[in-house]
Design a protein around this ligand. Sequence first.
Ligand SMILES: CC(C)(COP(=O)(O)OP(=O)(O)OC[C@H]1O[C@@H](n2cnc3c(N)ncnc32)[C@H](O)[C@@H]1OP(=O)(O)O)[C@@H](O)C(=O)NCCC(=O)NCCS
Length: 145
Amino acid sequence: MIHTTIRIAELSDLDKIMLIEAQFGEEAFERSIFRRQLGMPTFCVLEAEGIVVGYYLALTRTNWGKIRLYSIAVDPTMHKMGFGALMMQDLISKSFSRGYVSISLEVAEDNPARHMYENFGFKQIDILENYYANGNPAIKMELEF
Ligand SMILES: CC(C)(COP(=O)(O)OP(=O)(O)OC[C@H]1O[C@@H](n2cnc3c(N)ncnc32)[C@H](O)[C@@H]1OP(=O)(O)O)[C@@H](O)C(=O)NCCC(=O)NCCS
């Protein structure tokens, strides 16, 4: 069994995070965006056998009591091994235990990640036209606690 740990992202993780983020192509976030969020409890990496293989970045608006998932990704060579689901479970349980009322996210219609979100109970609440750089819409999804 693979030993996994989820912990808050650190400065030394940024190079690996940017390598993983590159799979988003023109939608990839810049390093400075991740750098600004270092230390946030909702910016975490997943280590498998001590090696960072994925991360998630979610942000909170404390006055709204809501969490927004900005990015979640796993090393492309390690997709479909359960790591994405582990990170979603971590985000959901931490958000719930900290008293947040919901998690929202945007996802492309044809992204298989949609199945993962549906598995966790996320529901489609909106379609955002022209959301991505290529003009494609995004599906807005939400999980209410
Ligand atoms: C989305 C992502 C984080 C999922 O991580 P993962 O480790 O590959 O996913 P898991 O192995 O934990 O699978 C979780 C669920 O996702 C769904 N899923 C993942 N990849 C899938 C695929 N290619 N086709 C269909 N369903 C898929 C399944 O429902 C799966 O649950 P199941 O195994 O019980 O059927 C990963 O594929 C990724 O990094 N994708 C590129 C970045 C991205 O698109 N991020 C989401 C932006 S909104």
